[in-house]
Design a binder for this molecule. Structure first.
Ligand code: GDD
Ligand code: MN
Length: 363
């Protein structure tokens, strides 16, 4: 029998009305598994004294209450709880009964059976969203779109912003985590080290008692968090590597053009050779440096990537020329200014193409 021991980490802020029912329902659902477990409540010194209620209502389960003073924030509270957890399997959930405790055994068993992270998802099959207003759903969609644009690792995950999940502590053993605001799972998914993620649907219920702590400040926090995460995630560095490689390509292009022409080759033919030399240098350097972590070995892989890179850059050239023409002839810009903008458009296009297609790991 695999061991289903888990630490359940619960951040709280003014949840005194919800804690008794929460602990009771956890007691029943975890009791069905039969292994020891613990509950770690991280309370940010709630004015309603949630910390006091929590330590009195244990139903005989090991409940530990960490009362943080002088610090606020859901994500950092969760991190504090994870660090204090005694078991290698950690479950994170909210205290307000929007995350059904009855689902915990399913999350735990997914991790036991090999998943590194198991997510209680609001958008998987058999999910329902009862506790979200229309405007909140809209905001949530926008936030999700932003995250998906910035972080390709979460593309295949339906609910990377969930607050209900289980994972192995080893996932974050070497991770540089410094979340701001709410989205601790997003931080773990971008910075953690893992292979398999499973998702199970659940009904995001209406809040038990009290009100959500999410407000306008959280939207600001979210932008702050995603941009800081992006800068830490390496994806930002990747873009500048790509630009540096491109600069090397341009220098090589000019050198080859000059050398061949001086050797007596017709300059337009030299130009063609120079373009291909630049493309190949870009390809080789991006393969061994910029996108090194994505590369799979094998000739077929390399040839496919080579073909894709050429296709992307061909369209890039067309976009460059189109911009040059549009801005100069239609908007009356000086042609060198238009060209500068055209190059910018092409670089962004080429980078996106390389990022999402040429070096897609699933190639
Ligand atoms: N310690 C601590 N400190 N806990 C906090 C804080 C804080 O500053 N702010 C909120 N919490 C606790 C709440 O007491 C609750 O247990 C949990 O964190 C979630 O807070 P809510 O205010 O109820 O958030 P929500 O329902 O709007 O959003 C939640 O659900 C979404 C869907 O799963 C959050 O978990 C989101 O991150 C999640 O996307
Ligand atoms: Mn809630």
């Amino acid at each position: 029998m695999p061991n289903s021991s888990a630490s359940i980490v619960i951040p709280t802020y003014n949840e005194r009305e919800n804690v008794p029912e929460l602990l009771e329902r956890i007691h029943r659902s975890m009791g069905s598994l039969g292994d020891p477990f613990e509950i770690v409540i991280v309370d940010d010194d709630s004015p309603d004294e949630t910390w006091k209620v929590a330590s009195q209502q244990s139903n005989g389960d090991p409940v530990r209450v960490i009362r943080r003073q002088g610090e606020r924030g859901l994500a950092t509270a969760v991190l504090t709880g994870i660090q204090a957890a005694n078991y290698d399997l950690v479950v994170v959930m909210d205290a307000d009964l929007q995350h059904p405790p009855e689902k915990i055994p399913e999350l735990v068993s997914l991790v036991q059976n090999g998943a590194d992270i198991a997510i209680g998802s609001r958008f998987a099959e058999q999910s329902a969203l009862e506790g979200f207003s229309f405007s909140r759903q809209l905001l949530s969609k926008g936030a999700d779109l932003l995250a998906r644009t910035l972080f390709r690792v979460i593309r295949s995950i339906k609910d990377p912003e969930s607050g209900f999940f289980a994972f192995k502590k080893s996932v974050i053993a070497d991770a540089n985590l410094s979340p701001v605001g709410y989205k601790i799972l997003l931080e773990i998914l971008v910075q953690g080290d893992y292979k398999t993620v499973s998702e199970v649907g659940y009904t995001f219920d209406k809040r038990g008692s009290g009100v959500s702590k999410l407000g306008a400040k959280n939207a600001v926090d979210y932008l702050h968090h995603t941009s800081s995460l992006f800068l830490r995630s390496g994806e930002f560095h990747r873009f500048w590597k790509f630009v540096a490689v491109g600069a090397v390509g341009i220098i090589l292009n000019l050198t080859v053009l000059y050398a061949f022409t001086e050797l007596g080759v017709y300059y337009l033919l030299s130009g063609v050779i120079a373009i291909e030399a630049g493309l190949l240098s870009n390809f080789i350097l991006n393969r061994s440096w910029t996108f090194r972590d994505r590369v799979t070995s094998g000739l077929r892989y390399t040839l496919t990537a080579l073909y894709r890179d050429h296709a992307v850059r061909f369209v890039g050239i067309v976009l460059n020329l189109l911009t040059l023409w549009l801005l100069t002839s239609l908007f009356g810009l000086y042609y060198l200014t238009s060209q500068l903008i055209g190059i910018g458009v092409a670089v962004l296009w080429n980078y996106s193409g390389n990022h999402w297609w040429t070096w897609a790991p699933t190639l």
